[in-house]
Design a binder for this molecule. Sequence first.
Ligand code: FES
Ligand code: FES
Length: 231
Amino acid sequence: MKRNPGDAAAPSGSEVFLASGLSRRTFLKSLGTSAVTAAAMGAEQVSQGLAQANAERPVGPGAVPVTLTVNGEKKTFRLEPRVTLLEALRGEAGLTGAKEACDRATCGACTVLLDGTPVYACSMLAIEAQGAEITTIEGIAKNGELSALQKAMVDKDGLQCGYCSPGMVMVLTALLRKNPRPTEAEVRHAIAGNLCRCGSYPRIVAAARAASGQSAGTKLTFISSHDHAVA
Ligand code: FES
Ligand code: FES
């Protein structure tokens, strides 16, 4: 399921990351969420956990090695812990398919898959993505062959400026993997966190339906290039 704005971990200058990747705040937060949990863990376990969290070496704020598995390839970069996943992908890995638009978990242009789940790469730290399988739009076509969804996006004219398209393809790829024959309502729900400023929604929905071997659903009117010229 797509993470909604607010669900995705927001970059925070005050977060302290530990060498294990666990943040001290995360440990304390997990502990603090439930008195029942703390009670169940027992005082000894709690104090052991705290001692371990305190003993771990904080990383940053300078650059540290960060290893990301992107489209099946492991790559190590030297990044400050504050660097977002989107900045790492675009600026360090040279993968510019995921777009930066709002940079605040609102538009979905930066969507990538993290272990198959769509996330806003602008609102997650690269260091937090270590250990996960990251898939970007560059990893969707195989051996130069577009996916059925990418072909349908072209066939159904599912884009105008194309700025939202990588994010749309990522979120719909995740949907079709889980639900190979989604209803029109399910497709619309899946793309609810992705904005298309050009208003290509009916054609994007039609593309998702076509990729799953179903009819478009919404009636589409195609404007011929001749009509464009006359208009
Ligand atoms: S750029 Fe990430 S949600 Fe808009
Ligand atoms: S095609 Fe332009 S923003 Fe969607």
